[in-house]
Design a protein around this ligand. Structure first.
Ligand SMILES: C[S@@+](CC[C@H](N)C(=O)[O-])C[C@H]1O[C@@H](n2cnc3c(N)ncnc32)[C@H](O)[C@@H]1O
Length: 452
């Protein structure tokens, strides 16, 4: 691989005698990966049903090397949100931010959601994942990925972090900043990145990164943790950004990252982690984990601005009727009917006015006194939480036909209710809704997600 000479010089300074090993690693095949969505299936369960050739990624509890990425992205299990296709190194940042159920988590540069989907799964439906990306087109892909993963307690925005900081100072328990960067760690996987690098190298990103890290830290509560990551090697974009934060916010300090034998130390800054492709099987990455100290007397639970409490709304009869088909508990104080769209908000309080793509779980629409459940709701359910399900085997051609939007004859399959709404599943994993009458299933799979 022909590297830009200025870049090669930079790497020589960083790697010294290891430069040749690094250059050789660029000729090796690119690693592909799959990360199991543990909110839907355990790793053991997935290993028992997977039709793909996989091998464990040793530093990621739910990560696997994958031989055939193409096949994995065209399987009903993919549409059921059982996994996310992701390069193994890119799994590392979310795996090293200790998110717990109930946390309020901010992913500041989240699109298309490779890390946000993992952070959201680890919340287990409690707390909130606030996922933002400044690019509205990329934020749309982020929303799709979060909804496909079945994560209910989300807010998705496309905002300048400056606006978020004004609204959420000291608010979040955990913050991830997977910063835009010059992408040097991606040259192996995407050699065209080298052309962009020649036009916009590390210097172009440093001011953005420095701004983002201060903004992210500003939105962290005392005692909260922030993880900063890039997919680049430049010290300017990595350790120097962390040093800048430490100089400007003395209440932030570096924390040890859960180790792995292949990780390299930060360049001249302890506790940071670098991933080099000649040291372990993954593309280049940088990670730093930081904690904000708690002021004396500060409430350890949360130093949050609490937006005003909402009044519970009365729901139309068609909504009540549909909700009676669900056997999972629904916090009625979090239900919000916004004109004809029904949401289950992640919190009871009113959220500040922002450019949202989503506030909470979009449950469905009230249309002419009828309720039409959404695709997002189907993805967030489990078969046992809905009144009637149709289970298809992954090999049943009807699974793909359903995903293509076709009407299906399902008269041979057992159902609890012969008529009305059905949750269509591949094995035990929901794909979407359908409406049954006389053994024929009217397809309600969301047209925008159809199998092409
Ligand atoms: C490295 S990518 C994020 C990848 C993502 N975390 C994932 O795992 O799928 C960086 C993202 O930052 C976004 N971005 C760039 N400048 C930003 C800013 N000032 N505020 C928020 N997001 C920004 C870009 O649109 C891009 O989607």
């Amino acid at each position: 691989m022909n590297l830009p000479s200025a870049y090669e010089q930079e790497m020589k300074e960083l790697l010294g005698t290891e430069l040749e090993a690094y250059k050789k690693s660029l000729d090796l095949p690119v690693m592909q990966g799959l990360r199991v969505n543990t909110a839907k299936i355990t790793c053991e369960e997935f290993e028992a049903v997977t039709p793909f050739s996989m091998e464990k990624v040793p530093w990621i509890p739910n990560g696997y090397f994958l031989k055939d990425e193409e096949r994995a992205s065209r399987h009903p299990y993919y549409y059921a949100g059982l996994y996310y296709i992701q390069e193994p190194s890119a799994m590392t940042p979310a795996s090293r931010l200790p998110v717990e159920p109930g946390d309020y988590v901010l992913d500041l540069c989240a699109a298309p959601g490779g890390k946000a989907t993992e952070l959201g799964s680890r919340l287990g439906g409690e707390g909130m994942l606030f996922a933002n990306d400044i690019s509205s087109s990329r934020a749309k892909a982020l929303l799709k990925n979060l909804e496909m993963a079945g994560i209910p307690n989300i807010c998705v925005t496309s905002e300048d972090p400056e606006v978020l900081e004004r609204n959420f100072s000291g608010f979040f328990d955990k913050v991830l900043i997977d910063a835009p960067c010059s992408g040097e760690g991606m040259f192996h996987r995407e050699p065209r990145m080298m052309e962009y690098w020649k036009e916009r190298g590390p210097e172009a990103y440093v001011p953005i990164q420095k701004k983002l890290i201060l903004q992210g830290a500003g939105m962290l509560r005392g005692g909260g943790m922030l993880l900063y990551s890039t997919c680049t090697f430049s010290r300017k974009e990595d350790e120097e950004v962390i040093e800048y934060l430490l100089q400007n916010m003395p209440d932030m300090r570096l924390k040890e990252i859960l180790p792995y034998e292949g990780f390299a130390e930060g360049a001249g800054l302890e506790k940071c982690v670098r991933i080099f492709p000649h040291r372990m099987p993954g593309e280049g990455h940088f990670l730093a984990l930081l904690e904000k100290s708690q002021k004396t007397g500060e409430d350890s639970s949360r130093d949050r601005q609490r937006p005003g409490k909402r009044k519970p709304q009365k729901m139309p009869d068609c909504v009540e009727e549909f909700l009676s088909l669900l056997s999972c508990p629904i916090d009625r104080e979090r239900l919000k009917l916004d004109r004809d769209r029904l949401y289950l908000l992640p919190v009871r309080e009113e959220m500040p006015k922002l450019r949202y793509l989503r506030t909470g779980l979009y449950l469905g629409d009230v249309k002419k006194n009828r309720f039409e459940p959404s695709q997002a709701l189907a993805m967030a359910l489990k078969p046992e939480t809905f009144v009637s399900c149709i289970r298809l085997e992954p090999e049943d051609v009807r699974a793909v036909k359903y995903l293509k939007g076709e009407t299906l004859d399902v008269s041979d399959l057992p159902v609890t209710k012969e008529k009305g709404w059905q949750l269509i599943c591949v094995n035990d994993y929901p794909l979407g809704f359908g409406k049954l009458a006389g053994g024929v299933l009217k397809n309600k799979y969301y047209a925008g997600w159809r199998w092409q």
